[in-house]
Design a protein around this ligand. Structure first.
Ligand code: COI
Length: 377
């Protein structure tokens, strides 16, 4: 018999000590229980925030200091703050889930911490240790645990971010930085839940190029995806899929990685080319599919080959994946010279079954056989 979920990976002593390094300066005006209940009822993604935020400050001379939990609220920034001019900023996204026994868990935070560290290196921002990263999540969630929602698709979305805070207009790496974590109770990412989305395959604009910042989770990559997204919506599509700089190979959706399922049961996903984000959900799906004996190939996928294989029935499902939406079926691919429906356009069977397994692990309903879950509170 497997170990009861609540007994796996309890907070260890060292994390307890690290959480203790965050000085708690409690909000003097937390939301009332009644208002919080209303806010938690049907939160629209990323619109409602909890009472507190985690924060730490860095200078090149002192390193990280003043780790704290403080009241959520506006930041006061000098108009010359470097991030406002040169976009020296990175972020992460994770979720905290309330399990049936009331404990609160998160999914593979060390993987997000490692990616945060790679993003920091690429954006010439300071390194934050994995310990500080995970402890900041635990410290915030403990303070705001009443904000962790329960129910289908519900979680507390955690948004760690770091930005260049030095007041300086010269173009060089900032000598000061701020790290914060804010938290937002969320339901399904897309307004229409987990139904198939239509994708515009973008040939005019690329998201990232070889040697650029595509593999880093930095705000600038997302800014570059907004105009194509607006244009795709005008053309009747929900999301955009970007190709590589040569317009030949599939890359990612800007906020999500992409997978193809073949009629023989195998899966394919664009290889990590250096311009694609290394998704935590992406790597977890590869593992879960392999556990089921499926072949998963990471390779360059030519868009022309994909379109031909959708048309002749070799491709039977496609889906996008990321922390926010978990896994979203793709029903249709459109572009300037094609419009292809994938199979019958409905959610694919494997897509939905892998999704159920992954969300089951996260919510505590399915055994966590890979030891991915970490208890925060
Ligand atoms: C994610 O799902 O991990 C994302 O990056 C989407 C987020 C930017 C809203």
């Amino acid at each position: 018999m497997s170990t009861p979920l609540a007994e796996q990976h309890p907070l260890n002593d060292s994390l307890e000590d690290l959480v203790g390094l965050f000085d708690v300066r409690r909000s003097s005006a937390p939301m009332s229980e009644a208002d919080r209940g209303l806010a938690l009822a049907a939160p629209k993604f990323g619109t409602v925030f909890t009472d507190h935020m985690a924060r730490a400050t860095w200078t090149a001379d002192t390193g990280w200091y003043d780790r704290r939990i403080e009241a959520y609220g506006p930041l006061q920034l000098d108009p010359a703050t470097a991030v406002l001019h040169y976009a020296q900023e990175i972020f992460e996204g994770l979720k905290a889930y309330k399990h049936d026994d009331g404990s609160v868990w998160t999914f593979r935070p060390e993987a997000n911490a490692a990616r945060f560290s790679r993003s920091a290196a690429r954006l010439a921002l300071p390194q934050l240790s994995v310990d500080d990263f995970v402890a900041s999540l635990a410290a915030l969630v403990r303070e705001d645990r009443a904000w962790v929602p329960s129910g289908d698709e519900a979680s507390l979305y955690l948004r760690p971010f770091m930005f260049a805070s030095e007041k300086f207009l010269g173009v060089r790496a900032s000598l000061e930085a701020e790290y914060l974590v804010i938290a937002s109770p969320v339901g399904a990412y897309f307004a229409n839940g987990v139904s198939p989305v239509s994708i515009w395959v973008e040939r005019e604009y690329s998201r990232a190029a070889a040697g650029g910042t595509g593999a880093a989770k930095c705000g600038g990559n997302y800014a570059a995806s907004l105009l194509p997204q607006v244009e795709a919506q005008k053309l009747g599509c929900d999301q955009v899929c970007f190709l590589d700089g040569t317009g030949t190979f599939l890359e990612e959706l800007g906020g999500m990685n992409v997978f193809v399922v073949k009629a023989d049961g195998s899966l394919e996903t664009p290889e990590l080319s250096g311009s694609i984000l290394e998704g935590v959900t992406r790597s977890s799906i590869i593992r879960l599919a392999q556990d089921r004996g499926r072949t998963v190939t990471e390779r360059q996928i030519p868009i022309d080959e994909l379109l031909a294989e959708i048309a002749d029935g070799t491709v039977v499902e496609m889906f996008a994946c990321g922390t926010a939406a978990v896994m979203t079926p793709i029903g249709r691919l459109a572009g300037s010279s094609f419009d292809e429906t994938i199979a019958d356009g409905g959610p694919g069977e494997l897509t939905m079954s892998l999704r159920a397994e992954l969300t089951g692990i996260q919510t505590g309903a399915v055994e966590d056989r890979h030891g991915w879950m970490r208890r925060l509170a």
